[in-house]
Write a protein that binds this ligand. Structure first.
Ligand SMILES: [Zn+2]
Length: 185
């Protein structure tokens, strides 16, 4: 239980006690539901956002602007940006940031797929919305250099503390960060 996000030792113990008291059939149903959830949720083939379909809802939406791709670290960032209701383009989820210490190089992320997508799709603009930690900065510069030959590359203006995560920024701050984006040098 402690392996679940947000579950510490105390909560784990409480959950364990709860489970012991419940009938076995109920627990089996819960376990089945978890396995089912794992089977159903995959990654979008186009943007790598969480999706129960091969291509996610955002990528399939004909009202979204194909000419802009916003690059984020993970699906939580997509959810945070969607909450602003300001952004009408598409996304690309990297799946992490470049971090040699953790053994994460560009090939562990979806960078290659992004470059392919941008070179084929030729969007007007790619917005890099990666939080400005040391690793985030490295990732922004790396991805930016790769994409510049194909399109205009911008980065969002973070009024956030360094290392601040997109998902913790409120909607107004995020919307402003998007609006104040500037071209990557
Ligand atoms: Zn998608």
């Amino acid at each position: 239980m402690q392996r679940l996000p947000g579950v510490g030792p105390k909560t784990a113990q409480r959950l364990a006690l709860h489970i012991i008291k419940r009938p076995e059939a109920e627990i089996e149903a819960l376990a089945k539901a978890l396995v089912e959830a794992k089977k159903q949720v995959g990654l979008c083939q186009v943007c790598f956002h969480l999706s129960s379909e091969p291509v996610c809802e955002i990528c399939r939406n004909p009202n979204r602007d194909n000419g802009v791709i916003c690059v984020v670290v993970d699906s939580r960032d997509v959810i945070a940006l969607e909450k602003t209701r300001e952004y009408k383009g598409k996304y690309h989820v990297l799946g992490g940031v470049i971090s040699p210490i953790d053994g994460i190089g560009p090939e562990q992320l979806t960078i290659q797929a992004l470059v392919r997508r941008v070179s084929q799709q030729q969007p007007r603009e790619v917005i890099l919305a990666i939080s400005p930690s040391v690793e985030g900065e490295t990732t922004t510069l790396y991805v930016g250099q790769l994409l510049k030959p194909f399109t205009k590359v911008t980065r969002i203006a973070f009024g956030l503390p360094v290392g601040g995560d997109l998902e913790y920024a409120d909607e107004v701050t995020l919307a402003r960060a998007l609006e104040g984006r500037r071209e990557l040098e």
